[in-house]
Design a protein around this ligand. Structure first.
Ligand SMILES: [Zn+2]
Length: 88
C-alpha cells in the first residue's frame, strides 16, 4: 500500500475506514481498533513494526481470521457489498 491508496480490507475490499483495523498475520494476538490502531500506526511510522506481520482487514474478516487461527476453517464466506452500504 502506498500513501495515495484508499485503505481497504485485503480480504473483502471493505473501504469504510471506521470498520478497518490492523491484523497480525503470524500471531494469534488480537488487537482491535481505536487506541490500538493509533498506537500501532505510530509504531509503523517510526519503523518499529515488522510490516510482514501486518495487514489491513475489516472487523468482520478479522473476526473470521481469529476464529480460523483458533479453530480451523469456519465455513464462512464474507462479501463486501458497497451499494448496500451506501443506501444506509
Ligand atoms: Zn473484510
Amino acid at each position: 500500500m502506498t500513501g495515495s491508496e484508499v485503505p481497504k480490507c485485503v480480504h473483502c475490499g471493505c473501504n469504510v475506514v471506521d470498520f478497518l483495523e490492523f491484523s497480525h498475520l503470524h500471531t494469534t494476538h488480537m488487537e482491535r481498533g481505536g487506541d490500538h490502531n493509533r498506537n500501532l500506526a505510530l509504531r509503523i511510522v517510526e519503523g518499529r513494526v515488522d510490516l510482514s506481520d501486518i495487514e489491513i482487514a475489516c472487523r468482520i474478516c478479522n473476526a473470521k481470521l481469529y476464529l480460523e487461527k483458533k479453530f480451523g476453517p469456519t465455513g464462512h464466506t464474507i462479501t463486501w457489498n458497497t451499494p448496500l452500504w451506501t443506501l444506509i
